[in-house]
Each structure stands twice: as C-alpha cells, then as structure tokens.
Design a protein around this ligand. Structure first.
Ligand code: BG6
Length: 472
C-alpha cells in the first residue's frame, strides 16, 4: 500500500440478513424467503421478513458507522429487489433504494463495497434449477450488467459472489441452506457455475470504464493437517483443494488446479458441466483483488472410513452435534482439544488470520486483499442498558493483531471489515447468534444500542488515523 492510500476500516452486512421489507416496493421473493416461510428445515423457525429493518433505517445505521470512524461499508444487493423475477423487467424502486443507500454512504464519507450475490437467489431462478442450471450463469451476468450500469459511477469496490465455496457447501452438500441438497456431484456443478458466473461478470466489468475494482469474496481459512506422514500430506492437499484452491486458483490465476478434476473423477463425479469453451472466460475473468472472509482454519487428517457426511451445529450452546466433516476418499476433520471453541463448536483460532494472509501472499503474487469479514458470534445481552461484549473485543483484537503482523511481513491488505455492522439474521442460526458492533433489540422496535465493541473499534480506528499501517 502506498503511503497516501488510506487503509479501509469498516463493517459488513448482507441484503437478506438485514434489509427486511421482504415484499415491499416491488421486490420479488428470494429462495430464502420461501425457505423461511415454508421449510421444516428452518430449525429456528424465524425469518428475515423484517430483521433489523435496514431497508428503512439505513441512514441511522450508516450514520452510526461514520460516528464510529468507519470509512467503508460492505453490503450486498438483493437480486430479487432489482429483478423480481430474476430476469426480465427491472424494478425501478429497487434501483432507487440502492441509489439512496450508496448516496447515503457517500454523504457520510463511507466507501461502498458492494457484493452482487450473497446467498439470496431469486425464487423464480431457484425454481428452474438455480445454480445447477447453466442458464443461471447468464441470468447473473444480465443482473450484474444492470447493477454496473446503475451504480458503476459511484462504487469503488465490487464483489461478484460471496463465498462460492461455503454457499455451495451449505446448500448442496451439508444441505442446511436452501435448496437443502446433500450431493457431492450437484455441489461440484454449482461451485463450477458460481465461478463461471463470477468470471463472466468480471469480464463484462473490465470492458467498461467504471471507477471501481472488482473481486470475489472467498471464505478462506488455511488448512492445517494433524500428522506429517505421506497420507497426511495427501489429506492436506485434498482438503486445500476442497476448501480453497478450486476457488482461489481459478479466480486469481484463471484456471482450475491441475489435480482437481482428476480427483473429482476418482470420486465418480460426472464432470459434463465443465466445458472447453469456458477456459478463456476463466482466463479473462480474474479478480482485481480477493475478498477474504476469515473466521477459522480447517484442521484435518487422512480419511479413515464411511460415507461423506457433514455435521454443522446450527443450534448453539445446547447442541450435541460436534461440527466436522468426512469427505470420502479425501480427508476428514481433526480435533485439536487445546483450541478454544465458540458456542457452536467452531474453533476460535485468530492466528489463522496471519497464516492465511501469508499463504495468499506467497501463492498469488501478493494480490491485494480486503478482509471482507471477520467476526465473533455469541449470545449478547443487555445489562443496565449496555452490552459488555468483552469476549468479542478480545477475539477481534487478536485477529487484528495477527493481520497487522501479516501486513508488517509484507501481506498486501487494504482493508478490514467487522462482521457485522449491527446484529442481524444469522441464516439458519436465527437471531440468537449475534455478531454486531451495534446491538439490535429485535423485541423493542429494533432499537439500536452500540455495544462496548463499537466503542473499542472507534478507539482502534482513531489510533490508526494518519499513521502508516505498514509500520504497525
Ligand atoms: C459468513 C457469511 O460466512 O459468515 C455471513 O458471509 C454469515 O453471511 C457469517 O452470517 C456468519 O455465519 P453464521 O453461519 O454464523 O451466520
């Protein structure tokens, strides 16, 4: 980073998780609206119909970000708000809303960082096969073009897709997100189409003179393996392909790792969705930067036995589900009993921030990185009108210290976003798993109360004002 380029400090949300107004002003239903309203697998039995009502209260939220010293806000656009049917007629009120949102950011000197797709596929597209249908790739391109044309004059940072891996994994392998499928072949096909859609949108973006840069957001988290024998080395590579390299190699270098398709074939995956004609699209559709959502590492060991299975704890403290995966023929989760865990059983391992950033630096020519999400989910409560979220502060501080060390050691990090700006709907985890810097009192008119972490973040940002982050 050059000395006069300002480091970005901000926070992030996504459309379905915070906007509410699920059927207002011409918005069409998304796959998540239908899932939350109708599916038995919606285990917490809540929806984001209203959530924190960001659709109406965005100015209050952006003002709070500005008062905290944040100079950037990452949010996503709801595809079904722009195109209620996913394709076809544009909803002018949807365009108006995002114009207001972007202009409000600019009014408060907050740089908008816009993600085009953050899980909430229009229901009409989901009905005709969603991301399994190759046509969705071009539907996404059409939607992306509309957004670029409408907002490209004011948005400096764009991301095509939020977490192709984690989204495809939860929706088509673990089956906890709609359409609740558990099938390795369908997972692979969806993953491929997501990356193709991203590459096509990036190709398109680069043809024009928009003011911004464009990337993809990946749920990173480096892989570590328990042993160091030959089988462990193979398990490491398999897990790294599975969790990271099919996304990062493809969107940064422009081609899939050489050993990915042979490995998939070994698992009897029908690769007919891979087309020769796509190669130049991937090659010309590489990212300007990588958005890295960093929460935890993946700790693995060699595959032992049994069918592919995924255990995810979406219940929280009282669940007896132990998180972990077995990917038949590839690897399985290893458990490090010495590492802290959150109430959902996931590792709290802030050093993964450093390890991941250094790996990205070494493997990908020091590509610019934005930490597009980093956060800590827990139960927060109001005590005497305040929220003393010391645990969140402690953990975020550790993550940030590791980020600063990576920057000091040469990683090209340009910004950092706390997940999340305020409490919001945490997908199938519902509302009890809170991540916000600002508490939302969902029972009392969605009142906003800044948490202790909000003031901690404000102090931290102020401390860096006018200093060169590379020297920290
Ligand atoms: C990220 C997503 O993977 O993690 C967010 O981009 C999500 O949308 C966040 O809310 C926290 O995950 P969870 O499952 O705890 O809500």
């Amino acid at each position: 980073m050059s000395n006069n380029e300002k480091f970005l400090w901000g926070s992030a949300t996504s459309a379905y998780q915070c906007e509410g107004a699920w059927n207002e002003d011409g918005k069409g239903p998304s796959q998540w609206d239908i899932f939350c309203h109708t599916s038995k697998l919606n285990i917490n039995n809540v929806s984001a119909d209203i959530s924190c009502d960001h659709y109406h209260r965005y100015e209050e939220d952006i003002k709070m970000m500005a008062e905290c010293g944040q100079n950037t806000y990452r949010f996503s656009i709801s595809w079904a708000r722009i195109l209620p049917e996913g394709t076809g007629k544009v909803n002018p009120k949807g365009i108006d809303f995002y114009n207001r949102l972007i202009d409000t950011c600019l009014k408060y000197k907050i740089i908008p960082n816009v993600t085009l797709f953050h899980y909430d596929l229009p229901a009409a597209i989901a009905e005709r096969g969603g991301w399994e249908n190759r046509k969705t790739v071009d539907d996404f391109l059409n939607y992306a073009k509309i957004c670029f044309e409408a907002f490209g004059d004011r948005v400096p940072l764009w991301a095509t897709i939020n977490e192709p891996k984690y989204y495809a994994y939860c929706s088509y392998l673990a089956g906890v997100y709609p359409p609740n499928v558990q099938d390795f072949n369908r997972f692979a096909c969806v993953g491929y189409h997501l990356l193709l859609a991203s590459a096509k949108a990036i190709n398109e973006f680069h043809k024009h003179n928009y003011i911004g840069k464009i990337g993809l957001v990946h749920a990173t988290g480096n892989v570590e393996v328990q042993g160091n024998d030959e089988a462990s080395k193979i398990a490491y590579r398999n897990a790294d392909l599975f969790y990271n390299k099919w996304v990062t190699d493809t969107c940064i270098k422009g081609y899939f790792p050489d050993d990915l398709f042979p490995k998939l074939k070994e698992s009897n995956i029908d690769l007919s969705f891979v087309k020769e004609e796509d190669k130049p699209i991937f090659m010309n559709g590489t990212v300007d930067f990588l958005g890295a959502n960093i929460y935890s590492r993946s700790y693995v060991k060699p595959y032992t036995s049994g069918e592919t299975r995924i255990n995810i704890n979406n219940v929280g403290a009282n669940s007896n589900i132990r998180e972990g995966v077995v990917i038949k023929g590839w690897f399985e989760t290893a458990y490090d009993e010495n590492v802290r865990r959150n109430l959902w059983g996931r590792e709290i391992y802030p050093k993964c921030m450093y390890d991941e950033l250094m790996e990205l630096k070494d493997k990908y020519g020091n590509i610019p990185i934005y930490i597009t999400e980093n956060g800590h989910g827990c139960y927060d409560e109001i005590v005497d009108g305040k929220i003393h979220d010391d645990e969140r502060i402690e953990i975020l501080q550790e993550f940030i210290s590791w980020m600063l060390k990576a920057i000091h050691d040469g990683a090209n990090v340009k910004g950092y976003y706390v997940w999340s700006s305020m409490d919001l709907y945490s997908w199938v985890n519902g509302y009890k798993k809170r991540y916000g810097l600002v508490y939302v009192d969902f029972e009392n008119d969605n009142k906003r109360i800044p948490k202790k972490s909000y003031f901690w973040y404000k102090d931290l940002i102020a401390k860096f004002e006018g200093r060169n982050i590379n020297n920290e």
